[in-house]
Design a protein around this ligand. Structure first.
Ligand code: GLC
Length: 564
């Protein structure tokens, strides 16, 4: 059965972290004009949708995820005129725009919170979660970015605690209050009326809370996250949001879904439920982390069989209903090529292009993060002063305060930190990679000067960039790669990830060697064909003369079309 066809299922998403994309003013911070300047480049990649990280007015405690005014553009990024121009110029190139919707919390500098904290009877009091101090210390809630990991902050002005699942400057909005929901829906209409095409919904499962605040047995962050994601009214709110806003536009939503387990997946995205269109699950992002931990890397390397199992399970969850999203990296995680490939000189190019091939031949909407198209890799900062991210800085403070192992933490951050993704985009080999003429807000990865940049890869015949353009074209010209059935051929194989995608009479065979050595791979006997045509490969074919056996070089990716 083919899933109902729509543009957002057939789309290829390119995520832009505006702060680090292109600076046109010399401020050291990227801006909207910088994105406008690069739109021809973006369109040339073959991507069709841009997801923009938050561009709203913000004091930037968490780089825009702490919104002070939902209807104003962050001064550092430009003006509303710049935004309108961006949208017009995108539409002229056939590109769609997806905005970030951050409504689990806002900034403590938002007018709602400024009012709310003034007095217990302020009209905005009930926009946030307050716990009056006379009831004692509130039941423990874990916080992501708090130095003490405490999600309750005492506010002396009204002798009460407010809830913040994230930083102290990110108070949680109270969705239980219909006024809050109304404000949010109005704000979404405001952006839709400008012409945006959808929203990526930040930590969306957390919006519904058990406001009786029961004591919890939860011991570690993952248990809290699962609890946070299962609030009593989550489906009611998502359904209402869909009905009141999304259903009125030709738009889609993709939720960030921490804590959503696979058996709950369809409750969020089944077409009949009218809630969200897809969401990002966190199973892959947890694969190389310590059990129970959110940010610390595990000691043992991840195995390909574990990696495949995640994709197999999630593909089957959406095989008959709903739709999946595919991503290997974003602004919260390390770089794809460093994490799932091998970024050392010998394997960098093949592993970066193999990962591109993978995302673009799987079922689901693929999301790429800026720089993936040129194989940008982890910066691996070693000095705490190089980090600007509240997440790294506050966890460092926490460990220091509690006499923990700072050396182990810094080592783990080299591989886990969000900054790995957030260093500026590499446009050319000139100073600061052509990102800014001023002082960049964060240090660049010095490898911009040695081939990891757009300008060099434009002139290099077999570059990661040129491969990306070819493989996006392959995706877009073969609906079987979007909607076709997926079959993983050897789930236990630890070097080769092999699968087929089949739609009607069409069958594609994808072979990916996720290892540093040459491997001979044999097809299982049930795969029968008379003729195979190579559609694309990221390296020379070593030997595919025999019917069943394929010789794959290190990190080689090949896509064949099989015909009978
Ligand atoms: C999401 C965002 C992340 C942010 C957090 C709090 O996880 O992706 O960048 O820090 O929410 O808004």
């Amino acid at each position: 059965m083919i899933s109902e066809q729509t543009w957002w299922k057939e789309g290829i998403v390119y995520q832009i972290y505006p702060r680090s994309y292109k600076d046109t003013t010399g401020s050291g911070v990227g801006d909207l004009q910088g994105i406008i300047e690069k739109l021809d480049y973006i369109a040339s990649l073959g991507v069709t949708i841009i997801w923009l990280n938050p561009v709203y007015d913000s004091p930037n405690d968490d780089n825009g995820y702490d919104i002070r005014d939902y209807r104003k553009i962050m001064t550092e990024f430009g003006t509303m005129e710049d935004f309108n121009l961006l949208l017009t110029e995108m539409k002229a190139r056939g590109l769609r725009l997806v905005m970030d919707l951050v409504v689990n919390h806002c900034s403590d500098e938002h007018q709602w919170f400024q009012e709310s904290r003034k007095s217990r009877d302020n009209p905005y009091r009930d926009y946030f979660h307050w716990w009056p101090a006379e009831k004692g210390i509130p039941p423990k809630r874990w916080s992501y970015f708090d130095v003490d990991e405490n999600a309750w902050k005492y506010d002396a002005q009204t002798d009460a605690y407010y809830l913040h699942y994230f930083a102290v400057k990110q108070p949680d909005l109270k969705w239980e209050n219909p006024e809050v929901r109304r404000e949010i829906y109005d704000m979404m209409h405001f952006w839709f009326q400008k012409g945006v095409d959808g929203f990526r919904m930040d930590v969306i499962p957390f919006i519904s809370k058990d406001i009786s605040y029961p004591e919890l047995d939860a011991k570690e962050p993952h248990e809290f996250i699962a609890f946070y994601a299962n609030g009593p009214k989550i489906h009611e709110y998502l359904n209402e949001l869909n009905r009141e806003v999304i259903s009125k536009y030709d738009a889609f939503t993709v939720g960030e879904g921490p804590g959503i387990s696979i058996n709950q997946a369809l409750d969020f995205v089944h077409e009949d439920r009218k809630e969200m269109d897809m969401f990002f699950h966190f199973d892959l992002m947890s694969l190389d982390r310590q059990p129970g931990e959110v940010f610390m890397m595990r000691k043992a390397p991840w195995k390909l069989s574990e990696f495949k199992k995640i994709f197999n399970d999630w593909d089957s969850a959406f095989a008959k209903a709903g739709w999946g999203s595919l991503f290997l990296a974003n602004h919260d995680f390390p770089r794809a090529v460093s994490r799932w490939g091998n970024d050392s000189a010998a394997y960098w190019k093949n592993s970066a292009t193999l990962l591109q091939t993978f995302l673009l031949t799987m079922r689901g909407t693929p999301y790429f993060y800026q720089g993936d198209e040129i194989g940008m890799s982890n910066v691996r900062f070693t000095d705490i002063d190089d980090y600007k991210d509240i997440n790294t800085i506050n966890r460092y403070e926490n460990i220091k305060k509690n006499g923990g192992d700072l050396i182990a933490f810094m080592e783990s951050e080299k591989h886990a930190a969000r900054e790995n993704a957030r260093t500026p985009m590499h446009w050319d080999a000139s100073q600061h990679g052509g990102f800014t003429t001023g002082e960049p807000w964060i240090r660049l990865n010095p490898n911009y000067a040695s081939g990891v940049n757009v300008a060099s890869q434009e002139v290099e015949e077999y570059s990661i960039l040129h491969y990306f353009r070819k493989i996006t074209t392959v995706r877009k010209s073969n609906l079987a790669l979007v909607y076709g059935d997926y079959e993983c051929l050897h789930p236990e194989h630890e070097e080769v990830y092999a699968y087929t995608r089949t739609l009607g009479g069409e069958c594609f065979l994808i072979l990916l060697n996720f290892s540093d050595v040459t491997v001979t791979y044999s097809l299982p006997s049930h795969i029968q064909y008379n003729r195979k045509t190579k559609i694309i490969s990221n390296d020379l074919i070593l030997d595919d003369q025999t019917y069943k056996e394929f010789m794959l070089g290190a990190w080689q990716a090949v896509v064949y079309k099989l015909e009978n």
